[in-house]
Design a protein around this ligand. Structure first.
Ligand code: BES
Ligand code: ZN
Ligand code: ZN
Length: 479
């Protein structure tokens, strides 16, 4: 879909349908109130009513705020995608909501049909956005255009992440993920270095190598970077890239194995963030480090009872091969800190089912030692359309990671607080001088869903891109 911003009033734009968002109050003021009421339209959130003769698609919103409009925009665009209309137009609902509207349209239009034998292209391909505001005034065209362009870039980066994550494990192996990173690097003038299994051996990354050993698709470490001239900050992003997580010898149950192609969502989010940062030309040096591996079963698989030596020399007792993400991240976090002296270090991982138990499936769990960073991300969560909540470090839980035979165990000895013990495991691989600069994002809940919600369809959501870019932009605005 081509979303195009036009400075002109709505009436002067040539399109087949006009999208109009209505609150209950706005419904009472509209000339079509009688017709809409007859049709049973009450302006409830996401309720649609198409007045075909008038060529207007009305969509209900609870309030004229970002969350309501994002969801309604997605609902409206989905219904147009299924129609025979080719084009639509829409106005503004105050500048503060423009970002959410654009996100709703771009994210709502997305669908993943790579594996459908019949591709039915939708006739609906043109959406025009006018600078005309809901109150009849004209908003500053330059201001609106800037927001539209930025929001479109960010939402398209999230769609890019969705497609990478949705791609099946046979098609998206560690080396194909590396090829995708290479392709992004070529298109967006980034640098890209790939470490194969031999290079990983040389680097002493035995934890990551053990996780990937039973797979025919060997692990890769992917380092992609965006280095503009005179960057204001240096940021390292680390992503968990399990192209498939069967659980290994601690095999997952058949039902919990389904959808584990999404265990690469952290890695894909890192690529999506780099795509957006480079297209927005943010004055930030951003490094993405991805640990790509497949956790499988074979005669040479790593086992519960093994002891692995990670890159930083820490020995890890394996008690559960399904807690593999933290093993991969242990090595990649150590590598990232060795390679780049960053001002910030963030990791993104579909790390624990426990995070979903703690926060529900829609919220990212974040952990970090810096109260300032956690506060900044909490504030961002309120406006970025992505939900984040803080999980606390806890000295009592830390004891659960004690190993009798190695420096640390890869799982807690008791089942509760699993998202926190996983975060505390990662903490062991963060150098002292980086502690205050590090944030861990457990995206296991919102990365993937088998039912549509908000502006997300079935499957991957692309979580991570929007809140990270929002934080980076707020960092630059605070200069
Ligand atoms: N990839 C999973 C976490 C996960 C579970 C992501 C469900 C998305 C949905 C991770 O590797 C895992 O298996 N974690 C275990 C840890 C346990 C063995 C301590 C889990 O959460 O059960
Ligand atoms: Zn696992
Ligand atoms: Zn996993």
């Amino acid at each position: 879909m081509n979303l195009e911003f036009l400075e002109t009033p709505l009436a002067s734009i040539d399109a087949e349908v006009t999208i109009v968002f209505l609150t209950e109050t706005l419904l009472e003021e509209t000339a079509d109130e009688t017709l809409l009421t007859q049709a049973g339209f009450k302006a409830k959130q996401d309720q649609l009513s198409l007045l075909h003769e008038k060529r207007v698609l009305y969509c209900g919103v609870e309030k004229l705020n970002a969350d309501s409009l994002r969801s309604a925009a997605a609902t409206a665009v989905r219904s147009l995608k299924d129609s025979n209309y080719k084009s639509a137009k829409v106005g503004q609902y105050f500048l503060k909501n423009t970002q959410a509207l654009v996100e709703g349209f771009v994210l709502g239009y997305y669908s993943f049909d790579l594996y459908k034998s019949k591709h039915e292209a939708s006739p609906f391909t043109e959406l025009f956005m006018s600078a005309e505001n809901v109150d009849g005034s004209m908003l500053d065209a330059q201001e609106v255009k800037t927001v539209v362009d930025t929001s479109k870039t960010v939402a398209e980066a999230a769609n890019y992440v969705r497609t990478l994550v949705n791609t099946i494990p046979n098609d998206m192996t560690p080396s194909s993920l590396a090829a995708m990173a290479q392709e992004l690097a070529t298109q967006n003038s980034l640098t890209c270095t790939i470490l194969d299994e031999h290079a990983l051996e040389t680097e002493g990354m035995h934890a990551m190598l053990a996780v990937g050993r039973a797979s025919v698709h060997k692990p890769r470490l992917i380092h992609v970077s965006y280095k503009p001239k005179n960057p204001l900050h240096v940021i390292s992003l680390v992503g968990k890239g399990l192209t498939y997580d069967s659980g290994g010898l601690s095999l997952k149950s058949p039902t919990s194995m389904v959808s584990m192609k999404m265990d690469k969502a952290g890695a894909c989010a890192v690529l999506g963030i780099l795509k957006a940062v480079s297209e927005l030309k943010l004055p930030l040096e951003v490094h993405g480090f991805i640990g790509a591996a497949e956790n499988m079963v074979a005669g040479n698989a790593y086992k519960p009872d093994d002891v692995l030596t990670a890159k930083n020399g820490t020995t890890i007792e394996v008690r559960n091969t399904d807690a593999e993400g933290r093993l991969v991240l242990a090595d990649v976090l150590a590598y990232a800190q060795q390679e780049v002296q960053a001002d910030y270090l963030f990791d993104y991982a579909t790390l624990t089912g426990a995070c979903m138990v703690a926060l529900g499936p829609y919220t990212v769990g974040m952990m970090g030692h810096s109260h300032a960073l956690k506060h900044q991300f909490s504030k961002i969560a309120a406006s970025s359309g992505e939900l984040l909540a803080s999980l606390p470090f806890n000295a009592h839980l830390k004891k659960l990671l004690k190993s009798e035979i190695a420096d640390i165990s890869n799982v807690g000895s008791k089942p509760y607080g699993g998202a926190i013990t996983a975060g505390m495991f990662l903490d062991r691989f963060i150098d002292d001088e980086m502690k205050q600069k590090w944030m861990h994002f457990d995206i296991a809940g919102p990365a993937y869903s088998e039912s549509s919600w908000d502006c997300h369809p079935y499957g991957a959501t692309g979580v991570g891109v929007r809140f990270s870019i929002a934080w980076m932009r707020s960092l630059l605005n605070a200069q």
